[in-house]
Structure formats: structure tokens, C-alpha cells
Design a protein around this ligand. Structure first.
Ligand code: NOJ
Length: 568
């Protein structure tokens, strides 16, 4: 039986080494108007290559996702975001799109897509697709036409520049995936710009025809019925029109949340995030709003900005741009109560009035949360993700506590890790196939087929099947948390208020809406902590550790335990 709403049990608490009191005052109240689905819901990211293979080629596909929708319905998520499944030479595993309005045969057909969408909707699950506006594949017909000749009608659809008089590159911009952002085209004797691989040339969004064509690709999927878009490197589309050199980053500074090698030695002032980017998203928003009807279509932008004030500008001055710029701030913080609370509070404080927050602990570009924070803390990290104010995005497999799966060099796939070696940038470990059951390929693909990346070594015990059978599993906990979230308006759209006098090492906050009033306690430390719950009777809802230990007005938190209590 899955962990469900817990009754108090008289477990003996471990001896606490930290103590503090939490006062349960009246929290601020927020309106209880109905909120749109993307605010109350939980998003689940599927990396399609790694979810479920249906045709025995070792790579996941769209019919595979359809076949596994009942897992997601049973889990209790509200939307899936599916990473790119469009025709692609797969140099960046689908983020190099050669046709925005079709499905790569590796993943299926447009018919398979329609069946997946219909099956998701039947289960009340919305579908968000990936949109990659910054760059295409170098095999996209637009780029083939663009590179065919300097005078061709599509030449200006990409960013071409002459060499400097001394033959050198047009400026100092770097590719995120290593080396310069410029590649020489010997036939037409100019450089073209690529913020990522040389096989991913950047579109020229200053050209109105590009804008029209790309917005047309959104309409294609909107007409088919998708519920929204995750927008790849959303802030990169507009660059400095004068292509000025980026200045060097001050010594010792870190421009991204991890060491990315030479790319991190510049301040990326001019190669992304030009003020004109906002106009692009105002236009995208107008388009989505036209399709909104009674159910909004959502835009979620991938934006690697870690200063809350910078990030929130992408909601738009009048909240007329992205519905949500992905909030990656928790990907980089030291996993301590103080640092996490500071991060949450800074984001809450920076949010413009009416803007809706969101939280991310993992995706296909980041080391798995269970590997970053450790398996002991992974359970309370899930509790945190699902109880903070805002839309959570869950990465596939995190409901199983999947960890990074080491990939030997001869099996490495990811071009980033290959191009910039030595920094652990390869993203294969977080893209391991999903383990479903105890069969030889864990149910991911047929017996005897080699999956495109190695399965987790603990697939048999980590699998959905194994964890479904265990009431203490991470899967059972995640289901329980999602059920609790669904049952509590305070968690879906209530206010957030941190509790200031929690003991050191414990992050405590209140979530409240109307009469629904919850207290969340997360112990970040590997020792126990005692929290006194001044003045109120509390009923335990969920604990990461079986049953919360609440007695005589005190909650005894075990190492890395997270609990949710309800005011009685
Ligand atoms: C961000 C995506 O999340 C990543 O996987 C991809 O490699 C780059 N953008 C380039 O599209």
C-alpha cells in the first residue's frame, strides 16, 4: 500500500541534537479564485529516447510513451513535457531540428503523436512540446538554402558574417559546447553563427520571415491540440545587432551554475538576452492567447539566469511574455536549509505581482537530484519540490530516486562531454533508460536489444514494478505527495511564508489558503532535530520517513526527514 495520509504513530524519536520552536501564526491570505491548470498542476518531463522503446531499436519512442501513460496517471501528474521528437540528424539528440512540423521516424509518426496526445488528454494529462527557436539543424532545408549562395532568398535567415580583414573570426563569441561560435563556410566564404554545435546554426530572428515561419511552427502544434511549449534557450534568440565582443568574466566569478570551461570565461552580455528578445515573447504570447479559449496554452522558457531579478524580466513588464521562465536557482545551491531558504525567499521577493513561480530540481541537462544531494536527502528534496509555492517540474525517473548512471567512454553519446572533456559535462548519466520491471532490459526495450545508453545497474530493485510493491519506496512517497498536493488547495495555490525560528538545519514554511493551513518542515541535516509546534494542534499528512513523529506539541525530525503537517 502506498504511503498515504499518515496517522501519528508513537515511534521513538532519535535523540535530537538541534531544537527550535515554530510558531504557527495566522499566515497571509491569498485569493481563492480558480487558477489555470499550469499553475495548480505538476509537470513531468519525458526524455523520449529514454522512456520506453516500443519497436525494439533500443531507443524510446512516442508509442512507448503512450503505453506508459497509466504510470503517469497513477503517479498523479497533470502535464507531460516531451523533449524534441522532430526529424533530426540527432547530433544533439533532437535539439538539432531539421523539420519542426513532423516526427522523426525513430520516434514514430504524426499519427503516433496524435494518438499520444489523445490518450494523454483522455487521462486528464496535458501535453507540452519542446520548441527550439534559437537554432535549427544544419540539415534543415532553410539552412541548406541559406548556405547555397550569398544571394539566395534564405541567406539572411541565419547569421552570416565576413571574416575580419586579417581573416579572423567576426567576434569573440563562444559555442556553449566548446570552441568558437563561428564556423567558416568555404563555398560562400563567410562565417555562420552557432551558439551550440556547428551543426546547430542560429536563426536570424531579426528577419521577419524567420519570425513568421517559426511562429507558424507553433501554430502547427497548437492546431493539433498541444497545451503548451517548453522553449529551448529562450533568451538566446536575440543577440546584439552589432555583434560586439563579450567582455571577460571577472576572475573567480562563475557565469553559469557549473564550471563549463572556456564558455564560462566570458560575460554573455552580447550573445544572448538582447532587449529585443522580449518582443519575440510578447508575440509568442499573443499567439498562445489566441488559442487559449477556456483552457490556456502555456509557455515555459528555458533561461539560464540565476539572478532572480534578471530571470523575472521574462514574465514581461505586463506579464505579457512567458507564463513561466524556468527557475533553475535550486540546481546550484549548496543543499543546506539556510541556502535553500535564502534562494526560495529571494525568488519569492523578486516575483512581479501576479507572476507565478516554478521550481526545478532536475532535467536532461543536469546531474540527477539524487546524485547531487545524495540518496538520503532525495526524499525530502522531492517533498520540498512538491510543496513549495509554484509549479514543480519533475524529471522522469526522479520518482524512483534514479541516480546518475556512469557511462564508459566507449559508450558516451553526448557531444558536450566529448567536445569539452574533463569537466564532467557529459549528460549521458542523467539520461539512462527508465527501469520499469525486473526483466532483462528492465522493460525499457526488448530482451537482447542494446539500449542506447546503459540501464541503471540497480534497475531490478529501482524499477517501477519493484517500487510499486514497496510501501516505503520513493515511488510510493512521490505518489503520496502528489495525492496530498491535489487534495490541498493551500499546496496548489496558497501563500508561502517561511518560519523564522525553525532550528538550524531545518527549513520550515507555511502554506495557506482559506482554512487550509499546512506547515512543512524539512530537515537538511544528517542528524535529528526537534521542532516545537507552539500553540496549535497539528495532524500529520505525510513524512518522507514513514510516519511523522509528532507528540506533545513537538515534531521529532529524523535525519533528512521532511514532513507536512496540517493545522487541526
Ligand atoms: C538546451 C537543451 O536543454 C539542451 O539539451 C540542448 O543541448 C541545448 N539547449 C541546445 O539546444
Amino acid at each position: 500500500m502506498p504511503l498515504q495520509y499518515m496517522n501519528n504513530r508513537s515511534d521513538r524519536p532519535e535523540k535530537p541534537d538541534r531544537e527550535g520552536t515554530v510558531r504557527d501564526d495566522e499566515g497571509s491570505r491569498q485569493g481563492i479564485d480558480a487558477a489555470p491548470w499550469w499553475q495548480t498542476g505538476v509537470v513531468y518531463q519525458i526524455y523520449p529516447r529514454s522512456f520506453q522503446d516500443s519497436n525494439g531499436d533500443g531507443v524510446g519512442d512516442l508509442p512507448g510513451i503512450t503505453a506508459r501513460l497509466d504510470h503517469l496517471a497513477g503517479l498523479g501528474v497533470d502535464a507531460i513535457w516531451v523533449s524534441p521528437f522532430y526529424p533530426s540528424p540527432m547530433k544533439d539528440f533532437g535539439y538539432d531540428v531539421s523539420d519542426y512540423t513532423d516526427v522523426d521516424p525513430l520516434f514514430g509518426t504524426l499519427g503516433d503523436f496524435d494518438r499520444l496526445l489523445a490518450a494523454a488528454h483522455e487521462r486528464g494529462i496535458a501535453m507540452i512540446v519542446d520548441w527550439v527557436p534559437n537554432h535549427t539543424s544544419d540539415q534543415h532545408p532553410w539552412f541548406l538554402a541559406s548556405r547555397a549562395g550569398r544571394d539566395g532568398p534564405k541567406r539572411d535567415w541565419y547569421v552570416w558574417r565576413d571574416a575580419k580583414p586579417d581573416g579572423s573570426l567576426p567576434n569573440n563569441w563562444l559555442s556553449s559546447f566548446g570552441g568558437p561560435a563561428w564556423t567558416w563556410d568555404p563555398r560562400t566564404r563567410q562565417f555562420y553563427l552557432h551558439s551550440f554545435l556547428k551543426e546547430q546554426p542560429d536563426l536570424n530572428w531579426r528577419n521577419p520571415d524567420v519570425r513568421r515561419a517559426m511562429l507558424g511552427t507553433l501554430e502547427f502544434w497548437l492546431e493539433r491540440g498541444v497545451d503548451g511549449f517548453r522553449i529551448d534557450v529562450a533568451h538566446a534568440v536575440m543577440k546584439d545587432p552589432d555583434l560586439r565582443d563579450n567582455p571577460p568574466a571577472p576572475a573567480g566569478s562563475r557565469v553559469l551554475h557549473k564550471d563549463v570551461g572556456p564558455y564560462g570565461t566570458q560575460l554573455h552580455l552580447y550573445d544572448r538576452g538582447h532587449a529585443d528578445t522580449h518582443g519575440v515573447y510578447r508575440e509568442v504570447r499573443r499567439l498562445l492567447d489566441r488559442y487559449g479559449g477556456t483552457r490556456q496554452r502555456v509557455s515555459i522558457g528555458e533561461i539560464h539566469l540565476f539572478e532572480p531579478a534578471d530571470l523575472v524580466s521574462y514574465y514581461g513588464a505586463d506579464l505579457d511574455e512567458l507564463h513561466m521562465p524556468f527557475n533553475f536557482t535550486l540546481l546550484s545551491v549548496p543543499w543546506s536549509a539556510e541556502a535553500v531558504r535564502r534562494t526560495v525567499d529571494a525568488m519569492e521577493a523578486a516575483l512581479p505581482r501576479g507572476a507565478w513561480p516554478n521550481w526545478v530540481l532536475g532535467n536532461h541537462d543536469e546531474s540527477r537530484v539524487a546524485s547531487r544531494v545524495g540518496p538520503a536527502a532525495a526524499r525530502s528534496a522531492m517533498l520540498l519540490l512538491l510543496t513549495l509555492r509554484g509549479t514543480p517540474t519533475l524529471y522522469y525517473g526522479d520518482e524512483l530516486g534514479m541516480e546518475d548512471v556512469p557511462v564508459p567512454p566507449e559508450l558516451a553519446q553526448d557531444p558536450w562531454g566529448k567536445n569539452v572533456p574533463g569537466l564532467g559535462l557529459g549528460r549521458d548519466p542523467q539520461r539512462a533508460p527508465m527501469p520499469w520491471d525486473g526483466s532483462s532490459n528492465a522493460g525499457f526495450t526488448r530482451t537482447g536489444v542494446r539500449p542506447w545508453l546503459p540501464l541503471p545497474p540497480d534497475a531490478a530493485t529501482r524499477s517501477v514494478e519493484a517500487q510499486t510493491a514497496s510501501p516505503d519506496s520513493m515511488l510510493a512517497l512521490t505518489r503520496s505527495l502528489l495525492a496530498m498536493r491535489r487534495a490541498h488547495p493551500a499546496l496548489q495555490r496558497g501563500s508561502y511564508r517561511p518560519v523564522s525560528d525553525a532550528p538550524a538545519g531545518v527549513f520550515a514554511y507555511q502554506r495557506e489558503l482559506g482554512r487550509d493551513h499546512l506547515l512543512v518542515l524539512v530537515n537538511f541535516e544528517s542528524g535529528p532535530a526537534l521542532v516545537r509546534l507552539a500553540g496549535q494542534i497539528h495532524r500529520s499528512l505525510v513524512s518522507t520517513h514513514g510516519a511523522p513523529v509528532v507528540r506533545d506539541g513537538t515534531c521529532a525530525l529524523r535525519p533528512h526527514e521532511g514532513v507536512v503537517l496540517e493545522r487541526g
